[in-house]
Write a protein that binds this ligand. Sequence first.
Ligand SMILES: [Zn+2]
Length: 96
Amino acid sequence: MAKKVKKPKKKTKKLFRFKKSSKMRSDGDIDFDKKIIRINETRSKKHKGGIIDTIVHEDMHRLHPRMSEKNIRKKTTARIKRMSIKMKARLRSKVR
Ligand SMILES: [Zn+2]
């Protein structure tokens, strides 16, 4: 008797999405359940590091969920220093 083989489940591993939001009190935040990183463009633009700083910062939270805010900031600064203009533009374009 041929056993009915279930079709393999389509991979639905949800990836994190970046989303613009201007209704927040912070520059950005991360929702691990919804897998959404929200970027407050208006607020971020006022900062020295600008929007890239916020994007990389929140992305660091994603990569290191347990890391302290202080270390996240350090890592973010180091990361941005190593990024090319092209990489920054690519990351920037993910936020819409
Ligand atoms: Zn943070």
